[in-house]
Design a protein around this ligand. Structure first.
Ligand code: C2O
Ligand code: CU
Length: 463
């Protein structure tokens, strides 16, 4: 290698790896069948100079391929399982056909090793979504089985750059490998879930994205973390929040973005004072997440920076005739759950934990797929009245529907639009209101994936 060449490389390397604003190839072509293969791959996620990590990925990429469509398109994907274990794909946040929802052993048989399954469904909502494994998710998502799903809308605001940041919190050992010893550990399952020690954005450590000077940028943040609740802070910029969990909300100025597992947030920011650093600050120490680097070679934005207008969020219907479903959430460490029903038998928490690895309950019932938690008539307006009577935070997710968040507590900041995942604080009481207009068997569960696996979930039947 000639010395000059080396110096050029070194200069580029000094600021980390440079990534173009759209890091994935656009598969698009809504009418063609996407081929998605789940398999084992070695890939560098642990940073420069570190060994490659053994991962389970879609199409050998981390994250999996960017699936990008327009509202109204059909998504068609043939999923091949090249792993040694059964899997499925769940399309998180999509108000899907029930048989396409991808919940192994509830809405479909798991896709066995060597088998394929074809998903095909219309995309009626626009926004930022994601897809992930939904069989043993606590292990399969932790090993890398996830990817972004973006659905464009005619009413999307004009921007210079549309950048998706899919964040993950990995737990790696000293060899840069997935810390396998901690997978399935009872301590994590009874506490806040399996937290990681290595942050990636789009599978990289602190990537840089080159942007035009004076650019208007849409950032789409997606959390693929198993359990960590992250907070992102932007230096040198103020951001306008325009969507939560895919759905447009009332535009609002924000300085921080809190993302619980599975949540998404879309923000618009205008570059006016140079490059922007994005840091994750939930531990108290700012941890570099990504940089938006102004690159003069890209020129300057010619977009006029008009105030951001987004479509109005769906209005809450009249609440007369509300079917209320109380959910008393108990369990975990430092909790008050003494006994609960599991597979028809009442067991003590000690037995549940030691024999069955079950730790959490709704209304005294450990979640399992063979018990219907509630039967709901189609088109009822339903309120899940959830009381988090545990010492832990939980990211509560409803499949197949979007909900409005309501509370009697005036100190709680509630979103103006609909969501599909809501982060609950200990002792919080909240009402998640939705129109039960999508028939089928739908899960309501915690997206701290270890909590879900140890009983924090329920099946709602709508017909
Ligand atoms: Cu994102 Cu039941 O999951
Ligand atoms: Cu939880």
């Amino acid at each position: 290698m000639k010395r000059r060449h080396f110096l050029t490389l070194a200069a580029a390397g000094a600021t980390g790896s440079l990534v173009s604003p759209s890091p994935w190839t656009r598969l698009n072509a809504a009418t063609t069948m996407q081929q998605i293969t789940a398999g084992k791959t070695r890939l560098n996620i642990a940073g420069t100079g570190q060994p490659d990590t053994d991962l389970w990925l879609y199409n050998q990429s981390c994250p999996g391929p960017m699936l990008r469509y327009r509202k109204g398109d059909m998504l068609r994907a043939e999923v091949r399982n090249n792993l040694d274990v059964a899997t499925t794909i769940h399309w998180h946040g999509i108000r899907n056909l029930n048989e396409m929802d991808g919940v192994a052993n509830l809405t479909q048989a798991p896709i066995e090793p060597g088998e394929t399954f074809a998903y095909e469904f219309p995309l009626n909502d626009s926004g930022t979504y994601w897809y992930h494994a939904h069989n043993m998710g606590w292990e399969q998502v932790a090993r890398g089985l996830y990817g972004p799903l973006i659905i464009d809308d005619d009413q999307d605001p004009d921007v210079d750059h549309d950048i998706c940041l899919m964040v993950d919190d990995w737990r790696l050992d000293n060899d840069g490998q997935i810390d396998q010893a901690s997978l399935g550990g009872l301590h994590d399952w009874s506490h806040g879930g399996r937290l990681g020690n290595w942050l990636t954005v789009n599978g990289k450590s602190a990537p840089e994205f080159r942007v035009k000077d004076k650019a208007r940028i849409r950032l789409r943040l997606i959390s693929a973390a198993n359990a960590r609740i992250m907070t992102f802070q932007l230096t040198n910029a103020s951001a306008t929040l325009i969507a939560l969990d895919g759905a447009f909300c009332q535009p609002e100025q924000v300085t921080k973005i809190i993302l619980a597992p599975a949540q998404r947030a879309d923000v618009i920011l205008d570059i006016d004072r140079g490059s922007i650093d994005i840091a994750e600050i939930s531990t108290g120490e700012p941890y570099p997440a990504a940089t938006l680097l102004v690159d003069p070679a890209l020129g300057s934005s010619s977009l006029s920076k008009t105030p951001i207008n987004t479509p109005k969020p769906a209005a809450l219907p009249s609440l007369r005739q509300l079917r209320r479903i109380p959910i008393h959430m108990q369990g975990g460490a430092m909790g008050n759950l003494q006994k609960a029903t599991f597979e028809g038998a009442e067991l003590s928490l000690r037995e549940l934990a030691q024999k069955h690895k079950k730790l959490w309950a709704f209304n005294g019932q450990i979640g399992d797929y063979s018990t219907l938690f509630a039967e709901i008539d189609q088109n009822n307006l339903v309120s899940l009245d959830v009381y988090n009577d545990t010492a832990w935070r939980h990211a509560m997710h409803l499949h197949g529907h979007h909900f409005w968040v309501m509370s009697d507590d005036p100190t709680l900041a509630l979103p103006a639009g609909q969501r599909d995942t809501w982060l609950m604080q200990p002792q919080e009481r909240i009402s998640l209101v939705f129109k039960a207009d999508n028939p089928g068997l739908w899960l309501f569960h915690c997206h701290m994936l270890e909590h879900a696996a140890s009983g924090m979930g329920a099946v709602l039947s709508i017909d």
